[in-house]
Design a protein around this ligand. Structure first.
Ligand code: DX5
Ligand code: ZN
Length: 237
């Protein structure tokens, strides 16, 4: 089953996905419950292996424990950003532990088409991420039709708290022009200021770690991020 997938409507909508990499891991359960109370649509779970990226973060049992912890937990969408080599190895386990979407890195696999099929066979949505140096070329565009989401990284993956790379926006624009209904996610350095450029370019799924967790008023910050996205998608509905 795909947990929380009923929430991902068939129509383009604003989706705010706070990254729990910026949470306090000693109180992670409470932090995540609070995110949903404050109207987060998804949570973004950054899985790193210390090989594909130079950092180690959260492991798969955390997905499982969060899924078990949340009351009525089937409602919640867990967006798993897999910054790992050999992503194929982890699809089944992420699905069994309660992941809703499995976003692999285009750079981490030699056979994205097969991997997308495997993710879907395991009942999850399939996302594909591009590192800053990777381009949206014809070869990449060929796989987009089979994806539920494309993630355009706006920092080098591996760490929270980095500066938003505005020069990634042409990639977002190019995708939005060709795929009006596609979920396009941006991840890295998103704040109330930088979300303006992301929204204008056509991103509708906003990952935000530092800005949501350091916010004085978390609910208000989430709402402000959402408003910026909606400004741009409303006229297109
Ligand atoms: C970076 C991660 C991001 C990160 C974003 O590799 O993929 O999800 O947590 O954090 P901020 O919003 O602080 O840049
Ligand atoms: Zn991420």
């Amino acid at each position: 089953m795909c947990y929380g997938c009923d929430n991902s409507k068939n129509q383009l909508s604003s989706i705010i996905a706070p990254s729990i990499l910026s949470a306090n891991f000693t109180t992670l359960g409470q932090d995540v419950s609070k995110l949903f109370l404050n109207n987060s649509d998804w949570i973004h779970i950054d899985i790193m292996d210390g090989h594909f990226v130079p950092n180690i973060s959260i492991g798969l049992p955390v997905i499982q424990q969060l899924r078990e912890l949340l009351p009525d937990s089937k409602r919640f969408f867990f967006d798993c950003h897999m910054m790992v080599s050999e992503p194929e190895r982890w699809v089944e386990q992420v699905a069994n532990f309660g992941g809703s979407q499995f976003t692999f890195h285009y750079e981490s696999t030699t056979n994205p088409t097969e991997l997308i099929a495997l993710i879907k066979k395991n009942g999850m949505k399939a996302g594909c991420a591009l590192k800053p140096k990777s381009v949206v070329d014809d070869k990449f565009l060929k796989i987009v039709d089979s994806l539920d989401m494309v993630l355009i990284m706006t920092v080098e993956p591996g760490f929270g708290g980095q500066k938003f790379m505005k020069d990634m926006m042409p990639k977002v624009r190019k995708l939005r022009a060709r795929f009006p209904k596609l979920n396009i996610q941006v991840d890295g350095g998103l704040t109330q200021e930088t979300v303006v450029a992301a929204g204008e370019a056509g991103a509708n799924v906003i990952v935000a770690g530092t800005s949501v967790f350091k916010a004085k008023n978390q609910a208000e910050t989430i709402q402000l991020l959402r408003n910026e996205v909606e400004k741009n998608i409303r006229p297109k509905l």
